[in-house]
Design a protein around this ligand. Sequence first.
Ligand code: 8YV
Length: 328
Amino acid sequence: MSKPKVLVARAIFPEVIARLEQHFEVEANQNDETWSKTQLIEHLRDKEGAFTTGGERIDAELLAACPALKICANMAVGYNNFDIEAMTAAGVLATNAPDVLTETTADFGFALLMATARRITESEHYLRAGKWNKWSYDMFAGSDIHGATLGILGMGRIGQGIARRGAHGFGMKVIYHNRSRLDVALEADCKASYVSKEALLKTADHVVLVLPYSPASHHTIGAAELALMKPTATLINIARGGIVDDAALAVALREKRIAAAGLDVFEGEPRVHPDLLSVPNVVLTPHIASATLPTRLAMASLAADNLVAFFSGKRPLTPLNVSVLAIK
Ligand code: 8YV
C-alpha cells in the first residue's frame, strides 16, 4: 500500500523527518526556502498531510486548491495561522502543540520581564558603545520585580507558569484577567486574583500579555489601554503580534507614558515597526520564547505524533477541531 503524502513546510530536526519517513512519503523543505502562498499551494496540492510551523496560512483559498488535504499539524501552541472554520468546513483536521512548551515559554516571559524592568540590554549597548566612563547613583535605574504587582492578561498554561514564577519566586502580588476565571484551586496555586482588564492595567507594575490572537484580541493594547498604565510600568508581549498596536506603543515609549516594553512578537513579523527600533526603552527579541532545543524537539515530535496517529486511524493527541474526527 502506498504511504500518505505529507509536506513539511519548513526546515525541522532531521530526526523528526526520519521518523515521518517511516510512515509517509515526505516532501521536506529542509533548505528552508521562503515560499509565497502560491508556492505553498504548489507543494501542498497533492498532499494528504501538512506539518506547519505557525507561519503558513491555511485558509479557504488554499484548502480549495488542495482537495487531498486531511490534516495540518502545527508545531506551535498558537494557531492563528489556521482558519479553523474553513478547515472544519473542508473536513481538514487541525492540531497544535500545547503543553510541551509551557515552562520554557514561561521562563522566557520572566527573563524578558527582568531584562526590560532592569534595562539589561539598554545598559549593555551603552557599555559596548564605550560610553561607560564613571558610575552614577541613578545610572540605568530600573524598576523592582520582587514585591511588585504582576498583571497577567491571558491566564492559560503559560500565564499560570509566569504567575507561579512571580508569586512563589519573587514574592510578587499577582493579578490576572482572562476570558474566564480560573477555578479556586488554580488561583490559589498561582496566588493570583482575578480583576477586570481596566483594573489590571491601572494597578500592575508589570503587565505580561499571554493571550491567544484572534480578531477579537486584535489591538487589545492600544493608545487608550497604554494611557491607563502607570508611567513607571513595563509591558511584555510574548503572545502574538497584533495584540499590541505597535505604532501606539512606540509613541507611548518615546513619550515615556510607560517606562519600558519587552517584545518577542510583532505586527507583521519578521518586520518590526521602525519606530520601535529607534526607541531605547524597549527590549526586542525575534519570536524565541519557546526556543530551547529540547522544547523545539518536543514541539516537532508532538506535531509528528499527531500526523502518525491520524493516518494510523487513532485519535491525534491534540486536535483542535474535533468535530472533523467524527466525520472521518
Ligand atoms: C513558535 C509560538 O516557535 O507555539 C507558539 O505559538 O509562538 C512559538 O512557540 C512559533 O509559532 C513558530 O512555530
